[in-house]
Design a binder for this molecule. Structure first.
Ligand code: IMP
Length: 428
């Protein structure tokens, strides 16, 4: 047993922290495999609430080794400030492992992210502005800076110069900005080198050995399936692969090692940033979901766009991730609605469609076809088992399960750590 992947089945912010809580002390390694400090996990331990952006949530469990895999992009300043913030609150962070192959988000990547968004104007992606996309672009263009480059000053200088070559032309000639000086960037990066050195490791080797030794390894996806660069609503996506395959490439572990892929699925839908969203609500129901669900970004503080549950998205997540289970979160937020619409199909140019369309234009034109399920008014936050739920809440969960194509193995019924109904154990 077991390597588990835990990932967002919608557009991110599904409440992954809940699932990590449920696995609690049973996990030996928690690995981030993609993304960077664009993610936001809120983890509650005792009466303490932690908002993590870059570090894997395992950093808060004493028995667990947190790992930042090769597929992650790392802003060293953010890494050090998240670590020192945790140290100040008494959290031991000394077990952290950081892949030497992970790419660094440099100051110029952040500048390029911001000026590009400004340049795009109305067509902007609505990025988090943390330099994520430009850093992955440098990686693919083979002008990226990796963690290991911090330990060879002359290589670092050559690489930074190469990376700035074209960027400075763009910055000065197109964006009307000042050129960035390679020497200054190198000096800043070298300032982080010694502080980070103790964490740098061959994480692929360590994780594969751990799996051979039957340790429990949890791969924690950032963002969500529909923000995936290949399988999401391109171009309104992030620049990495939050989908299950990303765990293999982003951590250096073969697909044959993965036993369980758990999709975190909110009982309704939210999205931040720009891009199509067929079930988005612009009325008081959308406002109520936002207010009751506390739908405001952990990383950016932006209000999330809210809408009803979309079964096509859930089915799609099952398909592209090979999901074995769902963890349904925030069911309690729906308490109080007399009727709850669920999107069961789209109408696209007069035709009924039951699978997520691959064509971007079709997705933009998709109109939701709703089926309405009866709601419930009873407080469900104290429910400990499925049978404790009101009949209509049970029927809502069962209907979602049937439409989504994988068993719902756990249900979040409130914000507290123990407000979860476990149906099938993720660790058996
Ligand atoms: P980027 O990842 O900063 O490049 O932003 C690209 C898109 O992904 C934007 O729409 C962001 O709002 C969205 N995004 C990035 N990270 C998250 C996340 O953790 N949750 C939800 N949306 C995210």
């Amino acid at each position: 047993m077991p390597a588990l992947v835990l990932l967002g089945a919608q557009w991110g912010d599904e409440g992954k922290g809940k699932a990590t809580d449920l696995l609690g002390g049973s996990v030996d390694y928690v690995v981030r495999y993609q993304g960077g400090n664009n993610a936001g996990h809120t983890v509650v331990v005792g009466d303490q609430k932690y908002a993590l952006h870059l570090l894997p949530s395992g950093i808060l469990s004493p028995g667990c080794t947190p790992v930042i895999g090769n597929g992650v992009v790392v802003d060293p300043a953010v890494l050090l400030s998240e670590l020192s913030g945790l140290n100040e609150r008494g959290v031991d962070t000394s077990k952290l492992l950081l892949s030497g192959n992970a790419h660094l988000i440099t100051p110029y990547n952040i500048t390029v992210d911001k000026v590009t968004e400004r340049f795009l104007g109305k067509r902007k992606i609505g990025t988090t502005g943390r330099g994520i996309g430009p850093t992955y672009a440098d990686k693919i263009n083979r002008v990226g800076i990796r963690v290991q480059d911090l330990y060879d000053e002359s290589i670092l200088m050559q690489k930074v110069e190469a990376a700035l070559d074209v960027k400075n032309q763009l910055l000065t000639k197109l964006y009307n900005r000042r050129a960035i000086e390679a020497g200054q960037v190198v000096e800043e990066l070298l300032g982080y080198a010694e502080q980070i050195k103790g964490y740098v490791a061959d994480t692929t080797l360590i994780l594969n050995k751990a799996l051979d030794d039957d340790k429990v390894v949890l791969f924690e996806g950032g963002q969500g399936t529909l923000l995936d660069i290949d399988h999401g609503t391109y171009p309104f996506v992030t620049s990495s692969n939050p989908t299950a395959g990303g765990a293999c490439t982003g951590a250096g572990v073969g697909p044959t090692k993965i036993n369980r892929v758990i999709g975190i699925l909110k009982a309704y839908t939210t999205r931040v940033g720009a891009g199509p969203f067929p079930t988005e609500l612009f009325d008081e129901d959308g406002e109520a979901l936002r207010r009751i669900g506390g739908e405001r970004g952990v990383t950016t503080g932006r209000d999330r766009r809210c809408g009803w549950f979309d079964a096509l998205i859930a089915r799609y997540a099952t398909r592209v991730n090979g999901l074995t289970d769902f963890f349904l979160t925030k069911l309690d937020v729906l308490t109080g609605w007399e009727q709850i619409p669920v999107c069961v199909a789209y109408e696209i140019d007069g035709k009924r469609v039951e699978e997520l369309p691959y064509s971007q234009s079709d997705f933009h034109h998709a109109k939701p076809v709703y089926e309405t399920l009866p709601g419930w008014s009873e407080d469900i936050t104290k429910a400990k088992s499925f049978s404790d739920l009101p009949k209509n809440a049970q029927a809502y969960v069962k209907a979602l399960e049937e439409m989504s194509g994988a068993p719902i193995s756990a249900i979040g019924v409130g914000p507290g750590r123990d407000e979860t109904i476990e149906i099938n154990s993720f660790l058996s």
